[in-house]
Design a protein around this ligand. Structure first.
Ligand code: TXA
Ligand code: MG
Length: 347
């Protein structure tokens, strides 16, 4: 067990002195969890191999899975990466700070442990004021994966982070709920045509308006063997609550009837069932129901949280409605499919 310094910080009225305690921990090679606009991140000095090793230990993460390096200002990119294209600069101008991660050729200063042994490095400039302040004060680029134990849903609420990670890291900054609730869009800028390796709240369509056609890693859509995924993190079991997740897809009325009849059968076997759905359908289901929201943005921001809540209620089987696979929906369905282990019931 590590002694964990836990601080509550109001993102609208930031206590810089309190953040300094955590920035000092980072500067000394320790791990600190902090909120970002996507999910909570588990940070350490990206340039310090020993510090980065502690991230993998705290998460129980496979060491070939590379980390995203978080920076405070755009110029820092020049010390970490080379071959920054004009297209990449356009994306930075538009989307940084914000939930977009770009992959470049790395410079030697970035340790192999940070890049998972690859000769590329993933870089993002977050917009969350607490994330920005702690990176600024630490004075170093910060490697930060999502702050969950490897395989679990990414945490978007401070209380969930504390429950899971207290004693595993040196610091935790509790700073409210994350806005987007899904991790950043990851795009590989090293190939001739940039390729999206992980969909997020910045969509393919938004990117294409600026730089023309981009590709999508076929494994994201479940069309290719998942083991071939280009972002190593996409091939592992992921986002899994303790309960068994099924996606039920088809005409809405049929979906509702199917889920309710499945729940009846499961309950007859003494299994506890949960449903995650659009808010408008909350009253139509049996079992423990969690509404994810009224539109795709809300669904994205509540998805991981709902899976964690289902675990707290000791739910054995979770049924989810399917969502549209366009815009942000692509990121939602990507995460949902992974948490369901690609189990889809078509009705
Ligand atoms: O929103 C986010 O990106 C959050 C917050 C904390 O910033 N971070 C996050 O990190 O989601 P993580 O480690 O959970 O996911 C990073 C993803 C993984 O799928 C990893 O394989 C991929 O990015 N990745 C990182 N570096 C890469 C590289 N050089 N080449 C290909 N994929 C890379
Ligand atoms: Mg993650």
């Amino acid at each position: 067990m590590i002694k964990t310094l836990i601080s509550n910080i109001d993102e609208l009225n930031i206590d810089k002195e309190e953040i300094k305690k955590h920035a000092d921990l980072l500067a000394k090679g320790k791990t600190v969890i902090f909120p970002t606009e996507t999910v909570y991140g588990l940070g350490a000095n990206a340039l310090d191999e020993e510090a980065v090793k502690k991230i993998y230990e705290a998460k129980g993460r496979p060491s070939d899975n590379p980390l995203i390096v978080h920076i405070y200002n755009e110029n820092e990119i020049n010390s970490l990466a080379t071959d920054i294209s004009e297209q990449a600069k356009k994306l930075m101008d538009e989307f940084w700070p914000g939930p977009l991660t770009m992959i470049f050729k790395k410079k030697d200063i970035v340790p192999q442990r940070t890049s998972g042994g690859l000769d590329t490095v993933a870089i993002r400039m977050p917009s969350h004021p607490i994330a920005r302040e702690i990176i600024r004060q630490s004075g170093v680029p910060i490697a930060a994966p999502s702050a969950n134990i490897s395989g679990r849903p990414s945490p978007t609420k401070g209380e969930h982070v504390c429950e899971e990670m207290n004693g595993r890291v040196s610091g935790i900054i509790v700073g409210g709920d994350c806005d987007f609730g899904l991790e950043s869009t990851v795009i590989d800028m090293t190939s001739e045509k940039p390729m999206i390796l992980r969909p997020g709240s910045i969509t393919k369509e938004q990117i294409e308006v600026l730089i023309g056609e981009v590709l999508i890693d076929p494994s994201i859509e479940g069309k290719a063997d998942i083991k071939k995924a280009k972002a190593p993190g996409m091939k592992y079991t992921h986002y899994s609550p303790n309960g068994d997740v099924y996606i039920v897809s088809g005409d809405e009325e049929n979906v509702i009837n199917k889920i309710n009849s499945l729940i009846e059968k499961q309950e007859a076997n003494n299994l506890k069932c949960g449903v995650i759905c659009k808010n408008k359908n909350i009253d139509k289901y049996k079992g423990q129901v969690i509404g994810l929201g009224n539109n795709l943005e809300e669904v994205g921001s509540n998805l991981f949280n709902s899976l964690i809540e289902m675990d707290k209620k000791n739910i054995d089987v979770i049924y989810s409605e399917a969502f549209s696979n366009t815009g942000v929906g692509r990121a939602i369905m990507n995460r949902l499919m992974k948490s369901a282990g690609y189990k889809v019931i078509e009705v």
